[in-house]
Design a protein around this ligand. Sequence first.
Ligand code: PNS
Length: 169
Amino acid sequence: MTALESEEPLLRRAVCPGSFDPVTNGHLDIIARASKLYDVVHVAVMINKSKQGLFSVEERLDLLRETTAEYGNVEVESFHGLLVDFCKQRDIPAIVKGLRAVSDFDYELQMAQMNNGLSGVETLFVPTNPTYSFLSSSLVKEVAAWGGDVTHLVPPLVLRRLTQRLAER
Ligand code: PNS
């Protein structure tokens, strides 16, 4: 039976991958916009064992689940392996990525071409909201660690956990 003959509705799926250490308002803007374009958006916390995060993978998943709950069609999971394998296992044909500036482009293009060459998965780039074009998890952590105000850059829950984590150090 082909997908067209099936009684199951064909769901349009996409993945928003990342490290999300922690999720920022910039990530959430891209996830929210993807959730309007696709039936199901998978948010994948890609595990990189050589990179020690400020938050554990479980903590990142928890923050993502809490902050994306309002969208209704977002599924959050972690994955250890290649992004193309995550996509293959779930029948996901598209990766959605935010592009903040030209500086993102070279590496993002390389990854998009590699992923397409490996499995045929497509990458769609969404221009970041200019409000967040300078924003990254690394900068948020650095500014917060030195006592800078990041209230406008992360959701309130992330701000609370970030403040708590930095105080523990
Ligand atoms: O938030 P980040 O750290 O910029 O996200 C980068 C990420 C996790 C999307 C990228 O490193 C990735 O896809 N990693 C999974 C491993 C993989 O598939 N590597 C080959 C990429 S072509």
